[in-house]
Ligand binder design. Structure first.
Ligand SMILES: NC(=O)c1ccc[n+]([C@@H]2O[C@H](COP(=O)([O-])OP(=O)(O)OC[C@H]3O[C@@H](n4cnc5c(N)ncnc54)[C@H](O)[C@@H]3O)[C@@H](O)[C@H]2O)c1
Length: 400
C-alpha cells in the first residue's frame, strides 16, 4: 500500500487550518468513501494483493492501552487482506520479579503479564525491545506510550523513518516548549516528517480488553482516505470508530479531560456528591472547549459531542486511574504525594492528569489566561500543595 505523505507544519499557534464541512459519520459509511486504486487493489484479497502492497503495522508502546490497541489491530490484521498478519509491538524492556524479561514472556505466553494480565493479545503480535528494529519495516506506526516518553522516542527515531509512512497517536498529553504548547501528533509529524492522525475516546483499556462495547474518534487532517484506513484497522463489532476532520480538537479533548478527571477525583475524595461532580464535569468540559478554540480556532464545536469529548469526560470522571489516584490524594488531605500514590496504586502504569495540569497551567500563565480557566488552574495548585483539595469548588467561574 502506498500513502501520499501529508506533512503539515502544525505549530500550536498556526491558525491557518482550513474549516471544512464536518465529515463525521458512521464508520460503516466511511469504508465506502472514495479510495485510491492502490488502496482499492490492496483490499481485494489475494487476487489483487501481493506482500509488498500490504501494510505493516507497528505499535510503539505496550502499557495497558498499548497492549489493548495491539490486540484490536492484531485481530483485524489477520482478517483484512490489505495488512500483513504480523503486528510488531515495541516494548520498553523490563525485568520481571522472577528475573524474566517482559518481552520474552509476552512472546512465550502471548500475554502482557505486567500491563494487561489475563488477556491474549493474538498470536500474530510480536514483542520487540529494539525500537529501531520494531519500526524499520512498518509503514503504519501506532504511538501509544505515556506522553512524557514521546520526546525521547521521537529523538531516537529521528532520521530512521523513510518512505511512505503514516502515523496515529493514541497518546493523551502535550509537550510545553519555549515557543508554546506542542501536541504529541505535531511532535511526531515535525520530528519524523510524517503525517499523524489521532485516536481518542471514552476508552478505559481494561473494559475494551474484555470486549465491552465502546466508541472512539479518529481525528485527521488532509485526506479522508488515510482516516478510513485507520478506522478499518481499529474497528471491531465492540469498538466503533468515527472519523472527524479535526485533529487538534480530538487531541485536545483527549489531553485536557485528564485534568477534569483529577478534579472529579478530588470531589470523590471529599465525598461532595453527584451534583458537585456533575458541576465539575460541566465546567471542565466548558474549559476544555474554550482553551481548545483559543489555541486552534479551527476546532469544531461538534467534536465535543463525539466519543473523544463529552463521553471521555464522563468515563474518566467515573472510572479511570486519574480520578482514582486524585481521590486518594484528597482523602489524605494532600499529605501523600501523587508520586507516592502513583507508585503504590498503579504498579508501573503512569498518571497523565497531574503532568498535563502542570503543562496547561504553564500555557495559561504564558498566555495570561489563568483567570479565564479557574478549574484548570485550581487543579494544578491543589496538585502542587499551594491549595487544599477543598479549593476545587472555591472559585467564581469566569464567563468564557
Ligand atoms: N490505560 C488506558 O485506559 C488508556 C486509555 C486511553 C488512552 N490512554 C493513553 O495511552 C497512553 C499510553 O498509556 P498506557 O495505558 O498504554 O500506558 P501505562 O501507563 O499502562 O504503562 C506505562 C508504559 O510506559 C512504559 N515506560 C516506562 N518507562 C518508560 C520509558 N522511560 N520510556 C518509554 N516507555 C516507558 C512502560 O513500559 C509501560 O509500557 C497514555 O497517553 C494514556 O493517557 C490510556
Amino acid at each position: 500500500m502506498r500513502f501520499r505523505s501529508f506533512f503539515f507544519s502544525s505549530s500550536i499557534f498556526s491558525l491557518s487550518h482550513s474549516r471544512s464541512p464536518s465529515l463525521s459519520s458512521s464508520p460503516f459509511s466511511s469504508l465506502s468513501a472514495a479510495m485510491s486504486p492502490a488502496l482499492e487493489k490492496s483490499r481485494q484479497g489475494n487476487g489483487g494483493c501481493n506482500d509488498d502492497s500490504k501494510s505493516k503495522v507497528t505499535v510503539v508502546g505496550s502499557g495497558n492501552w498499548g497492549s489493548v490497541a495491539a490486540k484490536l489491530i492484531a485481530s483485524n490484521a489477520l482478517k483484512l487482506p490489505s495488512f500483513h498478519d504480523e503486528v510488531r509491538m515495541w516494548v520498553f524492556e523490563e525485568v520481571l520479579p522472577n528475573g524474566e524479561k517482559l518481552t520474552d514472556v509476552i512472546n512465550k505466553t502471548n500475554e502482557n503479564v505486567k500491563y494487561l494480565p489475563g488477556i491474549k493479545l493474538g498470536r500474530n503480535v510480536v514483542a520487540d525491545p529494539d525500537l529501531e528494529n520494531a519500526v524499520k519495516e512498518a509503514n503504519m506506526l501506532v504511538f501509544v506510550t505515556p506522553h512524557q516518553f514521546m520526546d525521547g522516542i521521537c529523538k531516537k527515531l529521528d532520521g530512521k523513518i523513510t518512505g511512505d509512512v503514516e502515523a496515529i497517536s493514541l497518546v493523551k498529553g502535550m509537550e510545553v516548549k519555549k515557543e508554546g504548547p506542542c501536541m504529541i501528533s505535531s511532535l511526531i509529524s515535525k520530528q519524523l516528517g510524517i503525517n499523524c492522525c489521532v485516536l481518542m475516546g471514552a476508552n478505559i483499556a481494561n473494559e475494551i480488553a474484555v470486549e465491552k462495547f465502546s466508541e472512539a474518534t479518529v481525528g485527521y487532517r488532509g485526506s479522508r482516505e488515510i482516516a478510513d484506513t485507520w478506522v478499518q484497522l481499529f474497528s471491531t463489532p465492540y469498538f466503533m470508530v468515527t472519523p472527524v476532520h479535526d485533529v487538534e480538537g480530538v487531541e485536545l479533548c483527549g489531553t485536557l479531560k485528564n485534568v477534569v478527571a483529577i478534579a472529579a477525583g478530588f470531589v470523590d475524595g471529599l465525598e461532595m456528591g453527584n451534583n458537585t461532580k456533575a458541576a465539575i464535569m460541566r465546567i471542565g468540559l466548558r474549559e476544555m472547549k474554550a482553551l481548545s478554540k483559543l489555541l486552534f480556532p479551527s476546532v469544531k464545536d461538534s467534536t465535543f459531542f463525539e466519543s473523544c469529548g463529552v463521553a471521555d469526560v464522563i468515563t474518566t470522571c467515573l472510572g479511570g486511574r486519574n480520578r482514582r489516584v486524585a481521590e486518594a490524594f484528597a482523602k489524605s488531605r494532600g499529605k501523600r504525594s501523587f508520586d507516592e500514590l502513583e507508585a503504590e496504586m498503579l504498579q508501573g502504569q503512569k498518571l497523565q492528569g497531574v503532568s498535563t495540569a502542570k503543562e496547561v497551567y504553564e500555557v495559561l500563565k504564558h498566555c495570561g489566561w489563568l483567570e479565564m480557566f479557574p478549574l484548570f488552574s485550581t487543579v494544578h495548585q491543589i496538585c502542587t500543595g499551594r491549595l487544599q483539595p477543598e479549593a476545587i469548588v472555591q472559585y467564581r467561574e469566569n464567563k468564557l
